[in-house]
Design a binder for this molecule. Structure first.
Ligand SMILES: Nc1ncnc2c1ncn2[C@@H]1O[C@H](COP(=O)(O)OP(=O)(O)OP(=O)(O)O)[C@@H](O)[C@H]1O
Length: 232
C-alpha cells in the first residue's frame, strides 16, 4: 500500500532523512520508534507532502506521491494526524469534522459524518460546541475522527498518546486498531513504546535519519532487542 525507497530529506544543509526504505501493507500497523530528533516527524511530513524529499521514491498503491502537493496526496487516500492535532479553536466540533470532507469529490457530508459521529458519541454530544471546550483526549479523538470521515487508505499518526492519561491512551490505540482492521495501512510514531508494541504488527527503529533495526511486534527477541536499544 505504502512503499518508500531510499528517501533522503534535508532542512537546509541538515541531512535529516538519510536513505529510509520501508513498506506498509493494507491492514497493517508499522510502529516507527526512535529517540527525540532522529527524524520520525520529518519522515511523516515527507510522506504527507509537507516537506519535500531531496531524493528517493514514495508510492501509494503504485502511484508516485513523493514531492507532490499535500492536497493531492490527501486526495490519493493518505491522511495525517499531526502531533499538534490541528484542531481549529474558532470552529465547532462538527465544523472541525467537516474539514475532513474538504476536497472529496461528490461527498455527501451527512452520509460520511454519521457513522463517525456514531463511533464517537462524546463528539456527537458536543457537535455544536466550540472545539476549545474539549479535553486533550477528546481533541485527539476529534483529530482521528476528522481523518476517518474521508475513509483514507493510508494513515500517518504522530505521537497520539502524548500528554494523555492511560485510560484515554487505551481508547486512542483501540481506534488505531480499528483503522487497521478496516484495512488501512497505518504508520504510528510513538514514544510510548510498550503501548505501541501492543498494537503494532511490525516496527522500525530510526537513528540519525536511518532505519537501524526492524522486527515483528510478536517476536519476543525482536521486542527485547528494541527495548534494549532504546534503554526503556
Ligand atoms: N523545520 C525545521 N527546520 C530545521 N530543522 C528542523 C525542522 N524540523 C525539525 N528539524 C530538525 O530535524 C531533526 C529531526 O527532527 P524530527 O522532528 O523529525 O525528529 P523526531 O524524531 O520526530 O523527534 P521528536 O520525537 O522530538 O518529535 C532534529 O534535529 C530537528 O531539530
Amino acid at each position: 500500500m505504502l512503499s518508500i525507497k531510499d528517501l533522503h530529506s534535508h532542512y537546509g544543509l541538515s541531512h535529516v532523512i538519510q536513505g529510509i526504505s520501508l513498506e506498509v501493507a493494507a491492514g497493517e500497523i508499522l510502529g516507527v520508534f526512535g529517540r527525540n530528533g532522529v527524524g520520525k516527524t520529518t519522515l511523516l511530513k515527507n510522506i504527507a507532502g509537507w516537506v519535500k524529499p531531496s531524493s528517493g521514491s514514495i508510492e501509494l498503491n503504485g502511484q508516485a506521491i513523493g514531492g507532490i502537493e499535500p492536497d493531492a496526496i490527501n486526495r490519493a487516500g493518505l491522511a495525517i494526524v499531526p502531533e499538534d492535532r490541528r484542531i481549529f479553536p474558532g470552529l465547532t466540533v462538527q465544523e472541525n469534522l467537516e474539514l475532513g470532507l474538504l476536497g472529496l469529490k461528490g461527498a455527501k457530508p451527512a452520509s460520511k459524518l454519521n457513522p463517525v459521529l456514531e463511533r464517537f458519541p462524546r463528539l456527537a454530544e458536543r457537535a455544536k460546541q466550540s472545539a476549545t471546550t474539549l479535553s486533550g483526549g477528546e481533541q485527539q479523538m476529534l483529530s482521528l475522527a476528522r481523518i476517518m470521515v474521508a475513509e483514507p487508505r493510508v494513515v500517518l499518526i504522530d505521537e497520539p498518546s502524548e500528554g494523555l492519561a492511560p485510560m484515554i491512551v487505551a481508547e486512542i490505540f483501540a481506534i488505531v486498531r480499528e483503522m487497521r482492521d478496516a484495512g488501512c495501512a497505518v504508520v504510528l510514531v510513538e514514544q510510548n513504546i510498550h503501548e505501541a508494541l501492543a498494537v503494532c504488527d511490525r516496527f522500525v527503529l530510526i537513528e540519525r535519519g536511518a532505519v537501524v533495526f526492524a522486527g515483528a511486534a510478536e517476536d519476543d527477541a525482536a521486542r527485547a532487542a528494541l527495548l534494549e536499544k532504546l534503554a526503556v
